[in-house]
Ligand binder design. Sequence first.
Ligand SMILES: NC(=O)c1ccc[n+]([C@@H]2O[C@H](COP(=O)([O-])OP(=O)(O)OC[C@H]3O[C@@H](n4cnc5c(N)ncnc54)[C@H](OP(=O)(O)O)[C@@H]3O)[C@@H](O)[C@H]2O)c1
Length: 287
Amino acid sequence: MKNVLITGGNGQLASCIKDVVKDLNKYNFNFIDIEDLDITDENSVNTFFELQKPVWCINCAAYTAVDMAESDSDTAKSVNVVGPKLLALASKNNGTKFIQISTDFVFDGLKGTICTETDKTNPVSVYGDTKLKGEIAVINEVEEHFVLRTSWLYSEHGNNFLKTMLRLGSERDKLNVVCDQVGTPTYGGDLAQLIVNLIQNESTAYGVYHYSNEGVASWYDFAKVIMYERKITCKVLPINTDEYPTPAKRPAYSVMDKSKIKGTFNIEIPYWKDSLRKCLSKLNNND
Ligand SMILES: NC(=O)c1ccc[n+]([C@@H]2O[C@H](COP(=O)([O-])OP(=O)(O)OC[C@H]3O[C@@H](n4cnc5c(N)ncnc54)[C@H](OP(=O)(O)O)[C@@H]3O)[C@@H](O)[C@H]2O)c1
């Protein structure tokens, strides 16, 4: 059976992919995390690829602690730049198609309208900078690549904004949430399905693509809808970014244009509130 390698296998997105492929028998999906394969270790990466000869590699491994990256830039660079480069090189040498997951944080958010794939990148954080350099490394090393930029990822797995809001909402009477950062929440289950479709269709429409759910929200809007859907009485209050200082700067407006991915693959993308309800109902069932 054909091997598909998923790095960062214990992370949020990889866990969503695990859910999507659980009844798929055409491929052998191999979810591996740092204890089995450190993507920054050249020998391990090369040996792994030579043994497994994966037909696809989905790189879900990343340094995702946006604020910590500001003071730990060496580790962030190693995981987000060196790792993808090594995986992409090994992919080229073994005929593996490569999927790199990237982020809306490659933009500075100053354009104020939706960003297309060809818009100028200008990250405003160490995390964004390393993710952009990771994209470039992949594009330079392996021709058969997909770079999928996504935003505000949440799901029933791992730690994410949805889970934080559900926890804080049950502990507090009121909560301040920033209202002047605008983007689009993305349900990991939707992105996972898209990735698996690319593989099942053996797609060759390589390139950089934007994928988020449809629609626009601030973090405040996102929090309000979460509380509303779960009938949580905690009051959500809007604040500005300068009232909630963080080590890393974030783009003020990073809504991504998805025309390219919708047109190329002839797909419809779910509206973010519909996907949020889908995720909440899965969380309910898991309770
Ligand atoms: N989360 C978001 O809001 C968001 C938004 C836009 C784009 N993205 C991108 O989406 C992708 C998936 O994100 P996610 O939320 O699933 O991240 P995640 O939950 O943090 O998962 C990343 C995984 O990579 C592992 N990892 C770290 N260093 C590694 C190494 N050297 N070798 C192998 N594995 C390593 C982590 O292990 P440890 O936990 O042990 O470190 C973790 O299991 C990333 O590329 C991220 O940049 C995420």
